[in-house]
Design a protein around this ligand. Sequence first.
Ligand code: 7PJ
Length: 287
Amino acid sequence: MNDGQVASALQCGRHRLDISYPRVMGILNVTPDSFSDGGQHVAIDDALRHAERMLAEGAAIIDVGGESTRPGAVEVSSQQELDRVAPVVERLVRELDALVSVDTSAPEVMREAAALGAGMLNDVRGLRREGALGAAALSGLPVCVMHMAGEPETMQRAPGYEQPVEEVVAAFLEARIRACEAAGLRRERLILDPGFGFGKSVEHNLRLLNRMAGLTDLGLPILAGMSRKSMIGKVLERPVEERLPGSLALAALAVERGARILRVHDVGPSVDAVNMTWAVMEEGFTP
Ligand code: 7PJ
């Protein structure tokens, strides 16, 4: 049972993450389309510099992803994912002492991430892959469990829901909490994510954000990721490089509706937006 109160901190390996106020997670993509032209070593150096900047701007977590889960993306093998992610995780931990989250659905990648010193796992498939529940349970790390309808390759073709989307998402997350507990992953280690843009139309996304506060009834921290997503592009008719104002508006609203971790590309501006929102909600918070 829980009393509806969200924990004020998460033990993330060696790091203790204070979530008594909303925190920002900076996105670090290490997919080939995000690699620079100079080969893998240059790419890793670039990734590290980018992470360093995000930490300086106030990111509490660096989310490293080696599998593109953008709409239409095809699956990669877990070996490919490991080859991309492992060297970056290793250096982020050793050189920057960063709290690293690894965005993966692959049990092998989860195990290796934990061994390399990552502090959090982030699975857009909600630990539904064969072996993922067990690997996540054994890691001892907090895990973000996200709702996704379908698979990235096909999920945006014609998203449809028989019930209101917020009810489908809440029921899915409740079922995943039970599956995690059955696998020995205690609910105190879970973070919930409604999965904006994953098998959802723009109308679904807007409705889901508007009603997201309902998810706080489950008593677990909520992570929201809407940074630069197509819902902003569709509403404002902006290309991806012009979505910062829209992203900040959505981050502020997500905080107001209960999010404690915001997954973003533009860390500095997001930290300000989130802190300002929290200052209003708490009438006096100073970062
Ligand atoms: C999310 C994610 C999200 C979590 C991506 C993109 C697509 N992980 N990974 N939540 N989105 N937890 O950033 O546009 O919303 S990849």
